[in-house]
Design a protein around this ligand. Sequence first.
Ligand SMILES: Cc1cc2nc3c(=O)[nH]c(=O)nc-3n(C[C@H](O)[C@H](O)[C@H](O)COP(=O)(O)O)c2cc1C
Ligand code: SF4
Ligand code: FES
Length: 565
Amino acid sequence: MHASEFRRPVGWGKGRQVDPAALQRVRALVDGLPPRRDLLVEHLHRIQDAEGCLPAPLLAALAEWLGLAQTEVYEVASFYHHFEPLREGEARPAALTVRVCDSLPCRLNGAEALLTALAQRLGREARVQRVPCVGRCAEAPVAVVGRRPIAPAAPDAVLDAVASGDFECALPAAQDYAGYRSAGGYRQLALLLEGRRSRESILDELEASALRGLGGAGFPIGRKWRIVAQQAAPRLMVVNADEGEPGTFKDRHCLERTPHRMLEGMLIAAAVAGCEACYIYLRDEYAGLRALLGRELAALRADPPVPGHALPEIHLRRGAGAYVCGEESALIESVEGKRGMPRLRPPYVAEVGLFGRPTLAHNVETLHWVPEILERGAAWFAGHGRRGRRGLRWFSVSGRVRDPGVKLAPAGISVRELIDEHCGGMLPGHDLYAYLPGGASGGILPASLADEPLDFDTLQPHGAFIGSAAVIVLSQHDSVVDAARNLMAFFRDESCGQCTPCRVGTAKAAREIAQGQWNAGLLRELSAAMMDASICGLGQAAPNPVLSVLRHFAHELAGPPQAQR
Ligand SMILES: Cc1cc2nc3c(=O)[nH]c(=O)nc-3n(C[C@H](O)[C@H](O)[C@H](O)COP(=O)(O)O)c2cc1C
Ligand code: SF4
Ligand code: FES
């Protein structure tokens, strides 16, 4: 047979051929969405929501619809935990998924027993998936039936939810647009847009307040706005509502109660830094909040708060279950419709960010404080604080305390004070043994350091940091070694895999610490390589739990071999 007989006829594309019926189905599902590459994740959600998975013929049809290579669509679809690309002939998953959180606060509260019970008791009507933190750690353990969170989740409550047929997340009872405006909301935005308050005075006020970025890195807010404002237009803004750090749920708290405070802060920031469009990136787990924000943004657009001043474009984008997308450059990649892989810096996103434009990136809580600081003055905000620290913040507290939850407390408060003054003390029968000041990333400290001020820059000497202020409290009944195993497994699963020190390092560290005897020398060497050579904060912070054990809890390793996770 001659080789030319194998050639494709002219006009045939490479790869899987597109089935016309699949194309028709995709067109119906994505109706109303412009066929743009940056909306790829939104398109994939439409298919995943309708089908419960991403069948290969529909992915091929979507690629054609968007004018993308099939490999591009597949690599994005397979990157995110909430998408399930299905190969030809592969069985579809059960129609309903029950996600059970196994991150540390849920693990402390019986997540493993819940997983075992559900695996035994749930029939073919639903499958059980182990997932990382879903942002409801104060009510641990948590299960999510479809999109409906059950918290705290006992097996019977989950089975009842499965039987009920109601798999949607309730709409939070938030202050709505009318309520916020009638309470004086959007006044600071009006003062700015109507020229009654200058940009410079706003920047001065925010700088005097000492407000710093509350997403984890603590960059001073005023300085960031100035840097972005100095870049060439057009400039853009992204709001980071990804909140994936295990133990963190304060952004949800802010948005579920007073969404317009953050929205006003966002609009003020966009106006001061000269950003033309705002993108709010909300984690997929917050389905009720997504509906709420959709409703409130519609109300805002229908009746802009300052007559004669058009709003910038505001886009609400949906994450897809990838912790790394909380890292701002990965978030930007995701908004552009790509895999959420962090970028190499420089250039920083303030210079080259979303769609190559200078981008102002902020955490929800940072923006949430802006209107109130402008209303009440920098001295009011900076006047709070203990031990020489300044400001207020929302702490997410979970673990062995009587009353976990989101607590408004001054910067510089100690964990002992936070527990005693805001959480009703420790649970009966539990004494403080250890605490995580900043979720999975921020290290683990012993009770002997419970009087240290919780704030940026205060915990570094002890090998820890406050990050997003997710405080997880452990007692004498808990094992820090077990906690470290849980955290390292999380980093291994969430590493985007782009750089070797993080991809290989998290997997190797997880294997090494699963053993009863730890090789301290090897683990220190591995940690150093990960911290020095990883591209982003995930790989750089991943060794923290291990280093904390070696530094503060070595006595746990001296005992009989620990049970494997
Ligand atoms: C792995 C990783 C995950 C992150 N997750 C979040 C997140 O969920 N929410 C957030 O606001 N910032 C997160 N950050 C920090 C962001 O990169 C960025 O610093 C922040 O959104 C900037 O806003 P801010 O200045 O208001 O804090 C994360 C960083 C890393 C390295
Ligand atoms: S450090 Fe980890 S998560 Fe960050 S870019 Fe490298 S592989 Fe990805
Ligand atoms: S919801 Fe389970 S740890 Fe956050």
